[in-house]
Design a protein around this ligand. Structure first.
Ligand SMILES: Cc1ncc(COP(=O)(O)O)c(C=O)c1O
Length: 383
């Protein structure tokens, strides 16, 4: 065997192992497509779905429904794609805080149906950075309701494009899973839990109802030469089998830290999944923190809160520099990552939709006691 043959054999072995792991982890009907990054996967999904719509619903407008405060790259990319094509438009979706994903989807789909347009919905579950999970029964209902166009024809049913980066272990796609009756494509950024931060990659899978869309998505992935590299397949093949355990360990650390913060600073508003949701399997390892503020006016309160965010992060990264980093990350093999989403992941989000709160992502491999100590000291200093 020449070295080239060995390389080829390794690639096919690593690719087969990666695809088998993803299928098992996601309970998907389709095989996975694996890309060189999460955003290149998402690009192929968008272009594949546009291509599919041009063929199957020629001449109809295409609407990408995008949460206003989702990961900035998603938001930005969707708008760039839409800007290139006359018949493609982005429609805003309000998903958390005062808004509920399900009722927002209902409103938007009702309008798109009357326009006889093609609805493609992008959503993150749980939402980021407020870590909210919609009522999934209601989500299924709203997505599978048959609607009519203005002249009484049956409207085109939506495709739900689910960014599962924050909970890649949840089963949405199997025949007995919650979204089986809705055309659903799920994708995840592989630089988070799938590889534990060891490479950029991304993958997408479909349920049975959406399987027919995968050929078009694959076409666009290959057209852009964006399939994962040999090294990315090698790393994913190595890391994916331990992913669910890493997710479980990181959740334990996160919920421990959340409980500690709640006890030490009860006036902080913490955005994290409830214990009920965790029992259902939603075990993210990220939470966000609205620190208690002071001031006469709303502006003063906002200014004080923003200063506190910086103070907390500064204390963490200077006192625990080997573990606490001021950077956007999630699902890493070790350490703890702090960011203010408004200044990082929501970079391209409209100012009014940004969140000036502190977001923390933990791993199961860090000195939690030391982090609690620094947090307790922070509380003492601000009281
Ligand atoms: C929720 C979410 N989706 C998608 C992406 C994009 O993935 P990637 O960085 O692998 O392109 C990211 C992060 O970077 C993310 O946080």
């Amino acid at each position: 065997q020449s070295p080239k043959d060995i390389d080829k054999n390794n690639r096919s072995k690593d690719k087969a192992s990666t695809l088998a792991s993803i299928k098992e982890i996601t309970n998907s009907y389709s095989n996975a497509l694996v890309a060189s990054s999460g955003l290149s996967m998402q690009y192929a999904i968008m272009m594949g779905l546009i291509d599919y719509a041009q063929e199957n619903h020629a001449g109809k407008p295409i609407k990408f429904i995008v949460p206003t405060n989702c990961y900035g790259g998603t938001n930005d990319q969707a708008r760039r794609v839409a800007a290139c094509l006359d018949n493609v438009e982005v429609v805003d979706l309000a998903v958390d805080g005062d808004h509920d994903m399900v009722s927002s989807i209902e409103t938007v789909l009702a309008k798109i149906a009357t326009e006889d347009a093609v609805p493609y919905i992008i959503a993150e579950i749980p939402t980021n950075p407020r870590v909210e999970v919609p009522n999934l029964q209601k989500l299924r209902e709203v997505l599978s309701t048959v609607r009519n166009t203005a002249n009484g024809d049956t409207a085109i049913d939506p495709v739900f494009i689910l960014d599962q980066t924050f909970c890649p272990n949840i089963h949405f796609l199997g025949e007995s899973d919650i979204l089986s009756a809705v055309r659903t494509i799920s994708y995840a950024s592989g630089s988070k839990f799938p590889s534990g931060g060891r490479c950029t990659a991304g993958y997408a899978v479909a349920n049975k109802k959406a399987d027919a869309l995968m050929a078009k998505i694959e076409l666009h992935l290959l057209l852009c030469d964006n399939e994962a590299t040999d090294l990315q397949y090698e790393i994913l093949a190595e890391q994916l089998p331990s992913m669910n355990q890493r997710i479980a360990d990181a959740y334990i650390a996160t919920s421990d830290f959340v409980n500690f913060i709640q006890d030490t600073l009860p006036t902080a508003k913490i955005n994290f999944v409830s214990e009920e949701l965790a029992k259902e399997g939603f075990t993210p390892s990220v939470f966000s923190l609205d620190l208690p503020t002071k001031g006469e006016t709303a502006e003063e309160q906002e200014e004080y809160k923003r200063a506190l965010n910086h103070k907390l992060i500064r204390m963490m990264i200077t006192q625990i520099p080997d573990e606490s980093k001021y950077c956007v990350s999630y699902g890493q093999l070790k350490g703890c990552y702090w960011t203010i989403p408004a200044t990082s992941t929501q970079g391209t989000t409209k100012e009014g939709d940004k969140d000036y709160i502190a977001r923390v992502a933990l791993s199961g491999n860090m000195n939690l006691e030391k982090h609690k100590e620094v947090f307790a000291q922070f509380v003492k200093e601000i009281e």
